[in-house]
Design a protein around this ligand. Structure first.
Ligand code: FEO
Length: 402
């Protein structure tokens, strides 16, 4: 049975929620689910913006048929060829044999890669700045390469002042009946998942996001329709401010993200003592055990906080595996502009501090605040002073930046 919602009288959301997916892209846990958004414009021509993941194909096709109300589908706009939006293109084109495709040349190449079918006879290629008239609605196309794949394209409906933003401005989390961000307590309940979505999915591509934001700044936008999560019709400026920070690798807050990897609890104990000392000095701390919390949550708070502390034991003469994976992940997401401190542990040959620095140092504009603190098995008598000195240093630095 169909389940659709009107964005307005001419535009209908025909997407679907998936609450059973364990890991988005096979790696990012989505305990609150995820939505795959698709939108149908009803004008003299009918225009569908993207499709959905194969997991929700059944309700999607029911939604499209219901929203068309017996009309034929004239056009499919392809913004992005990642299969969470493109997996059902082949099924759609079989159901609507007269439908034509509006896409750019890079998307066309990927179509034949994914579906082993040459859709050349059904494709009308579009490029940057092209305008397509659906009747009263004029659609113009803007390339947004690497937000999040090279073929990504945004569409602006100048009549409806609507931006179809592809992956940009999406969020993890099922819609649960709500379509608009103003129907949820977005900034208190959903911002965390929006941050985790942004940082992990497109965090690596800050300059490309900045380029797309500059293009969008020239448009008169009343409604933003992303491919995941809520549609924006109010307070978009507040969300845009977050994107400006995230895409320029600017911390959202003066605070500490403290991540530790501990086998028998001694490194954890030092991390706990440092966290308590920081809190006593008025510093906000966000603390994670890398063996417990999936990396995507820690990456997200690494983008959020100004100061990062990594504490890990030495293991197999290297960095304990969950911390090593986390640091690779943070570096892969291109995080920059952070103040960092390192605590290492090793009962006979501590090496994790040096190795953690080697993983962190290549990131841009990283400042190590102090020499590594080295534990040998456990915090030694008198070594609390070293943690207190680090806490003083961070507190002073945050105070200076506040
Ligand atoms: Fe939601 Fe990059 O696909």
């Amino acid at each position: 049975m169909h389940c659709t919602r009107k964005v307005n009288d001419n535009l209908i959301w025909v997407g679907a929620d998936d609450r059973r997916l364990a890991c988005f892209e096979g790696v990012y846990g989505v305990p609150d689910g995820v939505s795959y958004n698709s939108y149908l414009l009803l004008d003299e021509k009918t225009v569908l913006f993207d499709t959905v993941d194969k997991a929700v194909f059944e309700v999607f096709f029911e939604n499209v048929a219901h929203a068309l109300g017996g009309r034929k589908l004239d056009y499919l706009v392809i913004s992005h060829m990642e299969p969470d939006h493109a997996a059902t293109i082949e099924g759609l084109l079989l159901r609507y044999p007269e439908a034509r495709i509006l896409c750019n040349v890079k998307a066309k190449g990927m179509l034949s890669q994914f579906f082993l079918t040459d859709y050349s006879d059904r494709i009308d290629l579009v490029k940057e700045g092209d305008v397509f008239s659906a009747g009263t609605h004029e659609l113009s196309f803007f390339m947004a390469p690497m937000v999040h794949w090279p073929e990504v394209m945004m569409t602006y409906d100048r009549t409806g002042k609507t931006l179809f933003s592809a992956d940009a401005f999406g969020t993890f989390g099922a819609l649960n009946g709500r379509l608009f961000a103003d129907e949820a307590d977005f900034f208190t309940e959903n911002l965390g998942e929006a941050r985790r979505y942004y940082t992990n999915i497109v965090g690596k591509y800050g300059p490309q996001v900045q380029a797309a934001l500059k293009k969008a700044a020239a448009l008169d936008i009343a409604v933003v329709c992303p491919l995941h999560g809520f549609v924006w019709r109010k307070d978009f400026g507040s969300y845009l401010e977050k994107y400006q920070l995230w895409s320029t690798y600017t911390p959202e807050e003066n605070s500490v993200m403290l991540a530790y990897a501990s086998v028998y609890g001694h490194t954890e104990n030092a991390a706990n003592i440092l966290a308590a000392m920081l809190c006593e000095r008025g510093v906000k701390v966000r603390m994670y055990d890398t063996s417990v919390t999936p990396a995507s949550y820690i990456v997200s708070d690494a983008f959020r906080c100004s100061h990062l502390v990594f504490a890990a034991t030495t293991y197999n003469n290297g960095v304990f595996v969950t911390m090593e994976n986390l640091l690779h992940d943070i570096a892969a997401h291109n995080l920059q502009n952070r103040k960092v401190a390192v605590i290492e542990n090793g009962s006979w040959a501590p090496a994790s501090g040096k190795l953690m620095r080697e993983l962190i140092a290549p990131m841009k504009n990283i400042e190590f605040l102090a020499d590594n603190i080295t534990l040998k098995s456990a915090l030694a008598a008198g070594q609390e002073g070293a943690l207190a000195a680090l806490a003083d240093l961070i507190a002073a630095d945050i105070g200076a930046g506040a």
